[in-house]
Structures are given as C-alpha cells and as structure tokens.
Write a protein that binds this ligand. Structure first.
Ligand SMILES: [Zn+2]
Ligand SMILES: [Zn+2]
Length: 158
C-alpha cells in the first residue's frame, strides 16, 4: 500500500509532512525512533520539517493507530510503526538501543495471571531495562552493528 493510501485508510488527509514522515518511518533502518530521530533523519535527507510539526504528526499517527508510542523510563518516548504483531522490548539505559522480543511463555503467563484474577486483559506492555551487549562488550551501541542478540533473531517478527 502506498503511504497516501495508508493515510487515507487511517482517516487522515494526505499532507506533505504526513507523507514524508510516514514513508521515512517505513524506510528507516531503525525501527524505534524518538521525534528528534525522525526530525534529524528527515533533515539528513534534505526535508526540512520543524520539530513541532514532527511531534504533531507523530501524535496524529498515534491517535489514528498508525504508530505506537512507548514512554520509556527516564522520560524518553519512542515511536514505531504499528505494522507487526504484539512484541515487548528490551531497552538499553546506556545507549538507548531498543530490542524487540516475543516470548510465548511470558505471554501465556500474563494471560493466566489476568484470567486468575477474573481480569479481562485489553493489552499490556513489558519493558525490560538494562545494558545491551554492545555496550557491555565493546562500550558501543549494539544497533550500529545491526546485530541482534540471538534470543531476538529466533523470535521471528510476525
Ligand atoms: Zn507481551
Ligand atoms: Zn517494537
């Protein structure tokens, strides 16, 4: 689907900033980005869209269900496209890297906890904070090396 068809489907009018930001998110090599990251990569590709506009558009995308916002500890918010199934996140407190994982046992366990309390689960998010492998071993961000920990490469994106 083209970016403009996707906007339409989400009930948003096609505007240039929306188109640019959506196609940037779709083509970015990094999946979890702060508004500043989005702003900077647009600048890098010669698109001058103000940071305030980037924030506004990302919030519109969030409300329309196109992106998911994660509010991490320390006040950092990242956005990712809402284009894959449920997954949870490992967040590096040193470099800010974000890794996705899906663990069937954890998911089932959470569902069981809810069931046992007679609780109807709508959604959940699990964030695990720590230090990534890259920082731990080389003092460098793992994402730059584009290598995911083995646990993540085995849990296929759905
Ligand atoms: Zn989960
Ligand atoms: Zn994610």
């Amino acid at each position: 689907m083209s970016s403009s068809a996707e906007l339409k489907k989400a009930g948003l009018k096609t505007t240039l900033p929306r188109l640019k930001i959506l196609s940037m998110l779709e083509n970015a090599s990094i999946r979890h980005m702060t508004a500043e990251d989005v702003y900077k990569s647009l600048l890098d590709s010669g698109e001058e869209i103000g940071l305030a506009t980037v924030y506004r558009v990302l919030t519109q995308f969030e409300n329309a269900g196109l992106v998911i916002r994660h509010n991490f500890e320390g006040g950092r918010s990242v956005f990712e496209l809402n284009d894959e199934g449920h997954h949870d996140h490992l967040v590096c407190m040193e470099c800010g890297d974000v890794f996705e994982f899906y663990d069937k046992a954890i998911e089932e366990r959470q569902q069981k906890v809810a069931d046992e309390s007679g609780f109807v689960l709508d959604n959940h998010s699990l964030y695990m904070y720590g230090v990534c492998e890259g920082i731990r071993k080389n003092g460098k961000c793992s994402i730059n090396k584009r290598k995911l920990p083995s646990i993540l490469t085995t849990s296929k994106r759905r």
